[in-house]
Write a protein that binds this ligand. Structure first.
Ligand code: SF4
Length: 278
């Protein structure tokens, strides 16, 4: 469906004054960068590059990493910019659109909006896509923790070609809340994933294996994903504990944990049709 991206971007800009893009619902403090993510009215890009994405379908991707995040995961490996929302440069939407077209000419097969998390930057991302217009021929990918409101999803629907949500934490043990800093994590994120999946199109859900989180997170996450029609699932096994991680998350994944994750995924592929991609 053809949509007016300039109009969509204009509508999104209301969230720069009264932000409801994620369930933190910070409201008017967003304008001065005092919301949970501390992203203000200006979007900072930490880096952009041609990147060999984990999923073949997207690779090489033009990866655009925005600063700031709606989550506060204690094991974040991108803390340098995820928790520093003014890290990086401040291109205009027209400048970033020109870079997307350039990276497309260099061989990018997709343009991936990442962070931190891209949610606070939805107004800027829509403006960038509007500026790129028909010069952009590669799919736009929204790679997010998917801690999103319906209002954010309304803005993204049909503007994005591919959704690439993370589903990290399970429903029990409050991991999403205590580790990720996201209240109501499970119903919010699974609800958002189910909604974009209902629209049709490509949805690839990533699940990162985490040390010590097989029963509380990996098992229920993969089981839920296997029961969703048409979802593709990417199982990530490259967890690396950053120096600031604490407790069980300060350890590396063991070979046994990786094997258990892979075996469960295979079992669910056979029993429930879990669609694994690499
Ligand atoms: S995107 Fe940032 S400012 Fe907006 S509601 Fe979420 S945490 Fe608050």
């Amino acid at each position: 469906m053809m949509i007016d991206l300039f109009a969509r971007a204009t509508a999104a800009r209301q969230h720069l004054r009264d932000c409801r893009l994620c369930p933190h619902a910070c409201g008017s403090v967003r304008a001065v960068g005092a919301g949970v993510c501390r992203v203000g009215a200006t979007s900072y890009v930490a880096s952009e590059m041609l990147h060999m994405a984990e999923e073949e379908l997207l690779s090489p991707a033009h990866a655009i990493f925005f600063s700031g995040c709606t989550a506060t995961c204690s094991f974040c490996t991108a803390a340098k910019f995820a928790f520093r929302p003014t890290y990086g440069i401040t291109p205009t939407p027209a400048q970033l659109a020109a870079r997307i077209v350039q990276r497309q000419a260099e061989g990018a097969r997709s343009v991936c909006f990442i962070g931190g998390d891209p949610a606070p930057h939805i107004p800027f991302i829509l403006a960038t896509l509007a500026e790129a217009g028909s010069a952009r021929r590669i799919p736009a990918v929204f790679n997010s923790n998917f801690y999103l409101t319906d209002q954010a999803l309304d803005l993204l629907m049909d503007a994005m070609d591919i959704f690439l949500p993370d589903l990290k934490f399970g429903p029990d043990g409050a991991c999403g809340e205590t580790i990720g800093g996201m209240p109501d994590y499970w119903p919010t994120v699974t609800g958002a994933i189910a909604r974009v999946n209902r629209r049709g199109g490509t949805v690839i859900v990533r699940h990162l294996l985490m040390p010590g989180h097989f029963d509380c997170c990996t098992r229920p996450v993969l089981t839920w994903l296997a029961r969703q029609p048409d979802l593709r699932v990417s199982l990530l096994t490259q967890y690396q504990a950053p120096a600031h991680a604490r407790g069980v998350l300060s350890q590396d994944l063991t070979e046994a944990e990786v094997e258990a994750g892979k075996q469960l995924a295979l079992q669910l592929a056979l029993q429930l049709g879990l669609h694994l991609v690499s």
